[in-house]
Design a protein around this ligand. Structure first.
Ligand code: NIG
Ligand code: FE
Length: 417
């Protein structure tokens, strides 16, 4: 069959190919992936079928049916994988920005009934159409940044009905536009207002009334916020173990503001990812590394926006053998930004990643953090044809043009958007 799409004359083709197939990248593998000079990518329908130097292009497969995308010496890379967002919510928290500037902390605002609880009120009050329209608006924004896969957590309903509604809306949003949405149940964000002071009872409600109504095939992940003011390590362990029993894969928000040991506990349970990790200590990092599979998802825009000095020890995590991904954590409270390129730059500036490591962290390792490594995250035959043509000639420019969007063309499933 002739190629349906050919991306030609890629000045630098960041393949992210050839890494281990049984575990995410860490240590030296984060940057030993190949960059092909003067290269092409060929696709048949929604799949990549060939990648290589222009000199080896099989011209017999290029026909009048083939759409040709001329990269003209630019950088071409896999579509970005955004592996941690809170996509579906009502309202916004611009009114809390001033309070933050005046020195109130994230947990102070939460304890006063603001923060997550304020978004819960706005979300419960919003009709489905509004929440869906908001989600579609944000997905269009992500797509402009070259994000082709987005994880979307619930967690602003905090009652059975609204949590299920948020998951349904995330799935509907996936059907309505090209960016793939992977829903996660974060019903265990904080105890719902009706369960104030009764976190264990709230988790029991989730296990009996919410999780049984979700299918792991459609909603693969269950997540929990393990933190002071949210859930303890023991409560999180009990809940995640039950979710695992029901067939869900696990994620956790842990060590965001305190070192409680949530990351180590979740890695012991085989979590696919542990997210935030700002306060993850070296001994626990070594334990996480030992399981070989759990990805630390680092979210450098969160301490920036919360005006905190502590950033996850990205460089040390890689040296300890922990696989690292980078994401925005897009949400109305701790990161109202969809700019994954800025997060990538900040991972270099504040967490010590090199440009190649940071690029692996927003593509292949982010795919591992969603257990989608066989589908997306690198440019290899058999994978989904999700790729970007960037308006730069050298990959080192990507983290350098701070806050800019380098995307020129976005291809999702073999179709130029
Ligand atoms: O990942 N830390 C907990 N949850 C979100 C923030 C949610 C919010 O403040 O609305 C996070 O940072
Ligand atoms: Fe989050």
């Amino acid at each position: 069959m002739p190629y349906t799409l050919l991306v030609r004359n890629c000045g630098q083709l960041l393949t992210l190919a050839g890494g281990p197939t049984h575990r995410p990248l860490t240590g030296p593998h984060m940057q030993d992936w190949p960059i092909l000079a003067d290269a092409y990518v060929a696709c048949e329908n929604d799949r990549i079928v060939a990648v290589g130097p222009m000199a080896e292009l099989d011209e017999t497969q290029v026909t009048t049916e083939t759409q040709v995308l001329e990269a003209a010496g630019r950088v071409v890379m896999p579509g970005l994988v955004e592996c941690h967002t809170h996509l579906v919510f009502g309202g916004n928290r611009a009114h809390e920005f001033q309070r933050k500037l005046q020195g109130e902390s994230y947990l102070d605002i939460l304890a006063s009934g603001g923060g997550i609880q304020s978004t819960v009120r706005a979300t419960r009050a919003a009709p489905d159409e509004t929440l869906l329209a908001n989600a579609l608006h944000h997905l269009a924004g992500f797509q402009r940044y070259g994000v082709t896969t987005v994880e979307a957590k619930s967690g602003y309903g905090l009652d059975a009905e609204t949590e299920l509604r948020l998951v349904r809306i995330a799935r509907e949003a996936s059907r309505r536009q090209p960016v793939r949405v992977v829903p996660t149940c974060l019903g265990a964000h904080v105890p719902g207002p009706e369960y104030k002071g009764r976190p264990a009872e709230y988790l029991h409600m989730l296990v009996t009334e919410v999780l049984p109504q979700l299918s792991p095939a459609e909603v693969p992940f269950v997540d929990i916020f393990c933190e002071e003011g949210a859930f303890s390590v023991e409560q999180s362990r009990h809940y995640l173990a039950q979710a695992k029993e029901l067939g869900f894969k696990l994620k956790i928000h842990a060590e965001q503001l305190h070192d409680l040991g949530g990351c180590r506990m979740a890695a012991e349970l085989g979590a696919i990812s542990i997210d935030h990790c700002d306060y993850l200590n070296p001994a626990d990092a070594a334990q996480v590394a030992a399981n070989g599979r759990t990805v630390a998802v680092l979210l450098p825009l969160v301490p920036l926006f919360l005006r905190q000095e502590v950033y996850a020890p990205g460089r040390q995590l890689l040296e300890a053998g922990v696989p690292v991904a980078v994401s925005t954590d897009f949400n109305p409270g701790s990161c109202p930004s969809k700019n994954l390129w800025l997060a990538l730059s900040m991972a270099c500036l504040k967490m010590g990643l090199t440009p190649k490591e940071a690029l692996a962290a927003v593509t292949l390792n982010a795919a591992w953090a969603l257990d989608l490594q066989a589908e997306v995250g690198s440019l290899e035959p058999g994978k989904r044809a999700d790729l970007l043509v960037l308006d730069v000639a050298d990959y080192q420019e990507i983290p350098y043009w701070l806050g800019e969007n380098p995307v020129r063309d976005v291809v999702i499933g073999g179709i130029q958007q």
